[in-house]
Design a protein around this ligand. Structure first.
Ligand code: NAI
Length: 387
């Protein structure tokens, strides 16, 4: 069924989400307080559609219909007929509250309201609404037009019907939907933390350099990008801020402790590709760092990062953030991991993973390396995560 979809905020995410909804055949109203931003979003969507036509992925006729189905406005009142409105404005609770209070007045009583927030809780945003049972999180990944994963996050007040309706709707947008609990980082931004954090720790201890760690994770681990290449791609400012936010939100659990190395890179303006320098130098002619290709060292690095990732995935299952299948789907579709972490644990055996974590825990005596209770249970029972 085709609906009218509203998107508030025409920045990086809002423009992409509007395009995804329009390509799924809906009429879309994209609003922003900044008219220049609306113009930029319109240009961005039009040029993206043009490219899809050139590649033969969309017919010219279809692209024209999509364009006709999209409208741009500075007025929140233009969402009055919407079936669903997704907010994608600045990550600031007070500003989001202002917008949702106005939006609730503008829309019909049956309209579903959603936020694309990455780091605020759904409960805290929805608290400003008179009826929070029709409010939930719909978390797209950047770029929204390309990344297949969408996390759907019901808050404590969200009704089951609202979640089910959105799950069905977004599934029809050529996206993979996973439903997850309203906990910090949801699934992907929580479970992926050790990919960066443990890589930084290995570097900080002088065990290996950036290039060697990236080599181990790509060549031995099969990941598409190594952690340092990926952090440079995401931007050290953004990646560091996510880690710091998740760390604080988990009451400073040492598992999520941010790294001084990344902070110093951020402070120095070494943000990654976007500034021409991050962990690597992207200036033309700069020498490529050569990894050591010592396979024993490489295997040690890969296994250490992998068991930390599996431990985090096991914790997300234990705390019911998502089902084992949802967590594996999220990591393969949201961050392109070569395998689901829990299926990987099943393949290696929970006792193999546990043994490595116990070794790290015994060596360092740090809470960061404590093996998860569910992992212990699986090892003890010799059972699998994915049934
Ligand atoms: P952005 O800074 O690119 O865009 C935000 C837009 O909101 C701007 O166009 C701004 O003019 C507009 N805006 C600000 N206040 C407004 C208001 N009161 N009313 C209407 N429009 C207003 O931000 P971005 O990166 O698109 O992020 C938006 C949301 O999506 C945030 O909640 C962020 O946490 C989340 N998110 C961001 C991702 C990313 O990779 N950038 C990934 C997933 C979620």
């Amino acid at each position: 069924m085709k609906h009218i979809i509203g998107v508030v905020g025409a920045g990086t995410m809002g423009a992409g989400i509007a395009q995804v909804a329009a390509q799924a055949g809906h009429r879309v109203v994209l609003t922003d307080t900044n008219p220049d931003q609306l113009l930029r979003a319109e240009q961005q969507i039009n040029s993206s559609l043009e490219k899809l036509v050139q590649k033969g992925k969309v017919t010219a006729e279809n692209a024209a219909t999509i364009q006709q189905n999209l409208s741009y406005s500075t007025q929140l009142s233009d969402h009055s007929e919407a079936h669903l409105v997704i907010e994608a404005i600045v990550e600031n609770l007070a500003v989001k509250h202002q917008v949702f209070e106005q939006l609730e007045q503008a829309v019909s009583q049956t309209c579903i309201l959603a936020s694309n927030t990455s780091s605020l809780s759904i409960a805290s945003i929805g608290a400003c609404l008179k009826d929070a049972s029709r409010f939930l999180g719909i978390h797209f990944f950047n770029p929204a037009t390309l990344m297949p994963l969408v996390e759907v996050i019901p808050g404590v007040a969200t009704s089951a019907t609202c979640t089910a309706q959105i799950e069905g709707l977004i599934n029809g947008w050529h996206k993979t939907v996973v439903v997850c609990k309203d906990t910090p980082g949801f699934i992907v931004n929580r479970v992926a933390r050790p990919f960066y954090g443990e890589a930084l720790r290995i570097y900080e201890e002088g065990i290996a350099d950036f290039a060697t760690i990236d080599w181990a994770m790509t060549q031995l681990g099969g990941f598409k990008m190594g952690p340092f290449t990926l952090m440079d791609y995401i931007g050290n400012d953004i990646n560091y801020t996510v880690t710091e936010t998740v760390f604080a939100a988990f009451y400073f659990d040492p598992r999520f402790k941010p790294s001084f190395t990344q902070k110093r890179h951020m402070e120095a303006g070494f943000l990654g590709r976007k500034t021409g320098r991050g962990f690597y130098d992207y200036a033309e002619g700069s020498a490529l760092l050569k990894p050591s290709t010592d396979s024993v060292l490489g295997q040690e690095i890969f296994e250490r990062i992998l068991v930390m990732l599996i431990n985090e995935a096991a914790d997300a299952v234990l705390m019911q953030v998502g089902s084992p299948a949802a967590i594996d789907l999220a990591m393969t579709k949201g961050v392109n991991y070569p395998k689901g972490l829990l299926a990987w644990a099943d393949e290696l055996g929970a006792s193999w993973v546990l043994e490595r974590l116990e070794k790290l825990f015994a060596e360092y005596g740090e809470d960061r390396y404590r093996p998860n209770a569910l992992l212990r249970r699986k090892a003890h029972e010799q059972s699998k995560f994915i049934l």
